[in-house]
Design a protein around this ligand. Structure first.
Ligand SMILES: Nc1nc2c(ncn2[C@@H]2O[C@H](COP(=O)(O)OP(=O)(O)OP(=O)(O)O)[C@@H](O)[C@H]2O)c(=O)[nH]1
Ligand SMILES: [Mg+2]
Ligand SMILES: [Zn+2]
Length: 278
């Protein structure tokens, strides 16, 4: 039998298949020691998972498989962490997953939405929504239809609240006192099925890991890739070489300066990490 892992609790997995939902265990000697992730398609016999089928995509934070669309959720409170967001976008680019933005809590103001539109609007679709006031949710919901979609973003931006408001679900939502204390309300990723929708609610994350090589990073910046042939040196890393077209466009404001500054920061982080492990 084949099914999809919709939740994991330690060594126990909930797998959805034609037979409904089953509680399964990882077989002691599963071939190739593959980790089993939420989103994985697996084969199973009786109560044991026998193998993990090849993945379309794989993310490290959230640690999930086969997500095709990421809905990056942001809010005015807690304030966006753009460095984390850019890492998420780079990971999505690398995995070939699509991204849309949901700037939630627009009942608290729209400055964040405006800033996000300025920096990301040229390449990403951005929805201004409110889970609390059910504002603009129909448009967002329509966009998420038909493929495995993960809501991702910092803790307390309202990921679970959005699932509840869009689908009439009753996932656990944090109280306001949790904001800023680093408390996670959702503690594990899980897939929910609502008719044509497959929605994965994920815990907020505090850091983003990726095994990306720094030399790939620029490929996942749509605003850079059109210009990378214009740099003086082939294989320009866009981190300070003379005659760098990307740096010049950041200087003139054609490429958002924040995006460029964070690019250099992420580049340095990836490079430092690789050096340490070599
Ligand atoms: N004002 C306002 N508050 C909201 C809105 N959506 C969610 N909240 C509040 O934000 C807080 C966090 O909401 P959650 O849905 O638990 O956030 P989360 O992103 O799922 O958080 P984690 O599960 O910890 O990752 C709760 O107090 C919600 O009531 C909104 O549209 N407007
Ligand atoms: Mg949550
Ligand atoms: Zn360059």
């Amino acid at each position: 039998m084949t099914g999809q892992v919709i939740a994991a609790h330690g060594r126990e997995y909930i797998v959805k298949s034609e037979a409904g939902e089953s509680r399964l265990f990882a077989r002691g000697r599963m071939k190739g020691k593959t980790e089993i992730l939420v989103g994985d398609f697996v084969t199973f016999e009786q109560d044991a998972i026998a193998s993990v089928l090849p993945r379309k995509t794989r993310f490290v934070r959230p640690n999930v498989a086969n997500v095709e669309l990421i809905c990056a959720v942001l809010s005015p409170e807690p304030k966006p962490d753009f460095l984390m967001l850019d890492k998420l976008l780079a990971s999505a680019g690398r995995e070939g997953a699509e991204v849309v933005f949901a700037v939630n809590k627009n009942d608290l103001g729209r400055e964040v939405y405006r800033k996000v539109c300025e920096e990301y609007g040229a390449f990403y679709e951005i929805f201004s929504v409110s889970a609390a006031e059910k504002d603009n949710l129909a448009a967002l919901k329509e966009r998420l239809k038909g493929r495995l979609t993960a809501l991702a973003g910092q803790s307390a931006v309202g990921k679970s609240s959005l699932v509840n408001a869009m689908f009439g679900a009753s996932l656990k939502v944090g109280d306001l006192s949790a904001i800023g204390r680093g408390k996670h309300t959702t503690t594990a990723s899980r897939i929910y099925f609502f008719g044509d929708w497959q929605i994965m609610d994920t815990p907020g994350f505090a850091a983003l890991e990726t095994d990306m090589d720094e030399t790939e990073l620029a490929e996942y910046y749509p605003e850079f890739s059109a210009h990378s042939g214009e740099c003086r040196f082939r294989g320009c890393s866009h981190t300070g070489e003379p005659g760098c077209a990307v740096a010049a466009l950041a200087e003139s404001g054609e490429i958002p300066e924040g995006r460029y500054e964070r690019y250099k920061q992420i580049y340095a982080e990836l490079k430092g990490r690789r050096k340490r492990y070599e």
